[in-house]
Design a protein around this ligand. Structure first.
Ligand SMILES: Nc1ncnc2c1ncn2[C@@H]1O[C@H](COP(=O)(O)OP(=O)(O)OP(=O)(O)O)[C@@H](O)[C@H]1O
Ligand SMILES: [Mg+2]
Length: 266
């Protein structure tokens, strides 16, 4: 076991399309730029984080699916693949992961499968960042049972803002029932479109809402087409084009994360 003090951070929001995956891969890249070592764990059967880091999954490759399904026959270290960027590693996902949901249903301790599988990696990395699917599935519960911190991306859109309350309740319920160490490190406003009134209005609401104000990162992630473009070629935006909003914003988020511990209890 290594001697690093690993921060284990889930990026979670039950709502789809709010920027979870984009945040995972670009925060990982920005932390890498700061000289940190990072393991990304892709816990979403859509495997967008895996693709976004330029890793092609073939059927022979062990994935996080094997870890949660057959934890006794495979070790976490055997599922880690390097990316093109040294010090930024990945445990890939696979479409079969969707089936793990059903397969684990009757197994005792099923919510702690990922934790048991990854425990041996504590101390090996500065950060372990976990991407989650857009649902409160058993996969998401496994991530929240293992993580110590949660970052919540919130799209600057009325529906995403409205859903935040329920999400906080969910995280709190997991903290109470499964993982007392869990803390919300921050809420990050995403997909902020400077030209639209609705983006500004939701950002103001987040800033002025007692439930979320203390959690809100100062950094706001702006809409930037280069982000989608870079994901399309399997690269985090910082490794694709340094000089764009996406790179600036995620570098700024990484800096904030490094200075901010996990926020107070909630
Ligand atoms: N700041 C941004 N600027 C432009 N496009 C973005 C930005 N953030 C995310 N996107 C795009 O919006 C879409 C949704 O983002 P992303 O996949 O990160 O969301 P998600 O929450 O992971 O979705 P899902 O719930 O399906 O996993 C993607 O097509 C992504 O490329
Ligand atoms: Mg995603």
């Amino acid at each position: 076991m290594g001697d690093k003090k690993t921060r284990i951070i889930a990026v979670a929001n039950e709502k789809g399309g709010v920027g979870k995956t984009v945040t995972v891969i670009n925060l990982a890249a920005a932390l890498h730029q700061e000289g940190k070592t990072i393991l990304v764990v892709d816990m979403d059967p859509q495997f967008n984080a895996t693709r976004g880091l330029g890793v092609d999954v073939d059927d022979e490759m062990p994935t996080v699916y094997d870890l949660v399904k057959e934890k006794d026959s495979i070790k976490a270290a055997e599922t880690i693949v390097p990316t093109r960027w040294e010090g930024l590693d990945l445990i890939p996902s696979h479409v079969d992961l969707a089936g793990a949901e059903v397969e684990l249903v009757d197994e005792a301790g099923r919510e702690n499968r990922l934790k048991e599988a990854l425990e041996s990696l504590s101390g090996e990395y500065d950060f372990i960042l976990l991407d989650t699917p857009p649902s409160l599935s058993l996969l998401t519960v496994n991530v929240l049972a293992y993580a110590k911190e949660v970052i919540v991306p919130c799209q600057t859109h009325p529906y995403a803002y409205a859903a935040l309350d329920e999400l906080f309740d969910t995280i709190f319920a997991i903290k109470e029932n499964i993982n007392p160490d869990l803390k919300i490190t921050g809420v990050v406003a995403t997909l902020f479109d400077v030209r639209t009134r609705v983006s500004h209005s939701i950002l103001e609401k987040l800033k002025n809402d007692d439930r979320y104000a203390d959690f809100l990162f100062d950094t706001v992630i702006r809409v930037n087409t280069t982000i989608a473009e870079s994901a399309g070629v399997g690269k985090p935006v910082i490794f694709f084009r340094q000089n764009c909003y996406g790179s600036f914003d995620y570098a700024s988020l990484a800096e904030e994360l490094l200075t901010r511990g996990s926020t107070s209890d909630f």
